[in-house]
Design a protein around this ligand. Structure first.
Ligand code: SF4
Length: 287
């Protein structure tokens, strides 16, 4: 165990949109002592707790924010009604909507204004998909799969946009399925490649590793997905949130361990796990 090689996945941890949201949140805790966040800023308990220690309060709805206070819109974005309520109630909004998400909202609204029937390929209960529909004036339809589209009455002019975390296979399948049924299709590929790049890079490391450690919130869908992908490759995989959860016996007989992390995991969490593995190796070699 003393000679374990540690391979860290380079394309891992915070994506652009999460990093940006966090920077805005950190600045805002300094400027606004009464800061609220509209929902969990990111799916990482440790990061959210550290912001709460600086005074940020997580609320479910803008109605819970006091007039004159500040509220943060997270990277998933929010519907126009949130911006309207903020204006009406004098709530100062700090908008951390990821620019890639904003692009989907704008595309959906534009297509509706041009008279297209708009389909949003996404998860019906996901806040990002719901906000996209709201930006389209409530006149876009969420479809979760090509199968689902089969049961929808399609207009002649259809436009498709996607929730940013959708998989390309789903989009391809949807387009193939609806094309024969319509006269005109407009499509904006709004899939963000941050997720797929993390998955591909993690898979590559998992192929040559005896053990994969996936770091990130247990409530983070993209982190759970990384762990599933590594396991599906046949590599023993553990999903942890912090270095303290790492168990010495996991490293028995391991020559190469791979480290990866979800898009809402800070670099320090990965560094902490790496240091913990090095420490366990040193202890084992009597160092
Ligand atoms: S995954 Fe992509 S769209 Fe989502 S927050 Fe990160 S950069 Fe933005």
């Amino acid at each position: 165990m003393s000679n374990i090689e540690i391979a860290t996945v380079e394309e891992a941890g915070f994506c652009f949109g999460v990093r940006r949201a966090l920077q805005l949140a950190e600045q805002a805790t300094v400027e606004f002592p009464e800061l609220c966040c509209l929902g969990q800023l990111i799916h990482n308990r440790q990061v959210v707790e550290s912001l709460e220690q600086r005074g940020m309060r997580v609320v479910d709805d803008i109605s819970e924010v006091q007039s004159g206070a500040a509220a943060l819109v997270r990277a998933h974005g929010a519907g126009p009604s949130v911006y309207e309520q903020a204006r009406d109630r004098d709530v100062h909004l700090i908008d951390a909507t990821c620019p890639f998400v904003r692009r989907v909202q704008e595309a959906a609204a534009q297509f509706v204004s041009e008279g297209y029937q708009v389909l949003v390929l996404g998860e019906r209960d996901h806040p990002e998909a719901r906000a996209i529909v709201e930006h389209a004036g409530g006149r876009a339809l969420i479809v979760e799969s090509a199968d689902e589209a089969d049961s929808i009455d399609l207009a002649n002019h259809v436009a498709v946009v996607c929730q940013t975390t959708q998989r390309m296979e789903n989009l391809r399948e949807l387009v193939i399925r609806i094309l024969p049924r319509i006269g005109d299709l407009r499509l904006v590929n709004t899939i963000c490649d941050a997720t797929s790049k993390r998955q591909e890079a993690s898979l590559e490391v998992a192929r040559d590793a005896d053990l994969m450690i996936v770091i990130g919130g247990y409530n983070s869908a993209n982190t759970n997905r990384l762990a599933q992908i590594c396991r599906a490759e046949g590599t023993t995989t553990y999903h942890i949130e912090t270095a303290e959860e790492l168990r010495k016996e996991w490293l028995d007989g391991v020559c190469r361990v791979g480290l990866t992390a979800g898009a809402s995991t800070p670099t320090e969490a990965m560094d902490g796990v790496r240091e913990r593995i090095e420490q366990l190796c040193d202890e084992d070699s009597g160092g």
